[in-house]
Design a protein around this ligand. Structure first.
Ligand SMILES: *Cc1c(COP(=O)(O)O)cnc(C)c1O
Length: 430
């Protein structure tokens, strides 16, 4: 798989970078459509960074966040697990030769056909939060190992899941566990997801404590729980860090789950991919608004990548920061609106931004577009999904690919000297 991945990558040396690759591609006269550059090295760096801050927590990447082959192949090579939510996602991951034991089918409400498929391909672990699901699993996949999803929302998170998934750990969980016991189904742990783009990391602490309560109820009922799944919600943009949230999580784990035989797992999506993708999009049309009372015009640029190809997060309160390619930062700036290519007036990428004067054929770049962009893309108005170019720092790749071939050995080595490795990688990237 590594050589397959390698063939798709362009190598960066001391003279090149994601931005220089963008310049090269955009300088091609025939390049009209928008394109992404995916820095696989950035994903690998995230992996080491996670090991540094939360060595006890194993990651199961949430496939729904970005299922591009460059992402999935890189993460599979690193030996991590996957959080899949449907038959198709499971099959995608198994096609990469990932062991079924490295998959959690983390959708609490599943069609029977998908549950049967999981049984066929030997995926055992799946989440649930209600009694109907228990009956279905009993009929379709009686050897499954279930993880009970409890509800714990960060009320300030951009995306909350509690209105749709998760049971109350006090009023509902004990009854559901008793029902599972009656049906002789194996329940092995607890999961939660406090939301995506979270604002209140302390909620992890409360959720871990609630999970402990459910573990104790389960022990009393005769279950042997062995897994705590703390979900996603970890920041992934350039300049963000998981240091603060890791302190809260490590503290909660040490306090409530000090028994090392319990596996602690997380399902980061955004964390792994958000900063790895950058998009460049060409201006194909320009207009101006009428002048405002002070005589000021707003420039309106129309570009190839829009809400429906890339920026669907706009509908959920996400915002994206435009940068002009090849413009001096000291140039005078003007009020600007950037529109996507479709005929829909809600296809507006940004407004109230200040940018230098741009011409038709100039390019605008957006960083941090790896999370919930490609997987949400539509073909609305016949606009194609932008192509992805993969890059990686050559020196880093050469150092890592031998260890990446042998995930187990890789893991052992990492436990000993993650910090040194991380420092080395960061040096190489600069
Ligand atoms: C969406 C989702 C994730 C990933 O969330 P991020 O905030 O992107 O890390 C993880 N687990 C489950 C069950 C999800 O639905």
């Amino acid at each position: 798989m590594l050589s397959k991945l390698e063939n798709k990558l362009q190598f960066l040396n001391s003279k090149s970078s994601v931005w220089s690759v963008i310049e090269d591609i955009s300088n091609n006269k025939n390049q009209d459509e928008a394109f992404y550059v995916c820095d696989v090295g950035n994903i690998i760096e995230k992996y080491f960074n996670w090991k540094k801050f939360m060595p006890r927590v194993e990651t199961y990447y949430a496939v729904k966040c970005n299922d591009h082959p460059l992402v999935l192949e890189t993460l599979a090579s690193l030996g991590i697990g996957f959080d899949c939510a449907s038959q198709d996602e499971i099959s995608k991951i198994l096609n990469l030769n990932v062991e079924p034991s490295r998959i959690i089918y983390a959708n609490p409400t599943k069609p029977e056909t998908h549950i049967k498929y999981a049984e066929d391909v030997n995926v055992l672990r799946m989440t649930f939060d209600n009694a109907w699901e228990l009956e279905k699993i009993k009929n379709s996949h009686p050897k499954a190992e279930l993880i009970l999803r409890i509800k714990y929302d960060d009320e300030k998170a951009r995306y909350k899941y509690g209105c749709k998934f998760g049971c109350n750990h006090i009023t509902q969980a004990p009854e559901l566990l008793a029902r599972a016991k009656q049906l002789e189904i194996k329940v092995v742990g607890v999961s939660f997801h406090i939301g995506s783009v979270i604002k209140t990391p302390e909620v992890y602490s409360a959720a871990i404590e609630a999970a402990r309560y459910v573990f104790d109820v389960a022990t009393n009922l005769g279950f042997e729980f062995n897994i705590l799944d703390i979900g996603g919600g970890f920041p992934g943009a350039h300049g963000t860090s998981i240091e603060e949230v890791s302190k809260i999580i490590n503290e909660g784990i040490n306090l409530h789950f000090s028994d090392p035989s319990i596996a602690i797992v997380a399902e980061p999506g955004t964390y792994y991919v958000e900063s790895a993708f950058t998009i460049a999009t060409r201006i194909h049309s320009i207009t101006v608004t009428e002048p405002d009372p002070t005589g000021l015009y707003t420039y309106m640029y129309y570009v190839y990548a829009g809400t429906y190809t890339t920026f669907l997060g706009l509908f959920f309160g996400e915002h994206y920061v435009p940068q002009a390619l090849n413009k001096n930062i000291y140039e005078k700036k003007y009020p600007t609106i950037i529109w996507g290519p479709t005929c829909d007036s809600s296809d507006k990428i940004c407004e109230n931004v200040n940018m230098p004067r741009m011409n038709i054929g100039d390019w605008i770049v957006f960083e941090n577009v790896g999370a919930y962009t490609l997987t949400l893309a539509t073909n609305f108005n016949g606009i194609p999904t932008p192509k992805v170019y993969g890059v990686v720092c050559e020196q880093m790749w050469n150092e890592l690919k031998d260890i990446m071939r042998v995930p187990q050995k890789f893991h052992l080595q990492m436990k000993e000297n993650v910090s040194q490795f991380l420092e080395k990688i960061v040096d190489m990237q600069q």
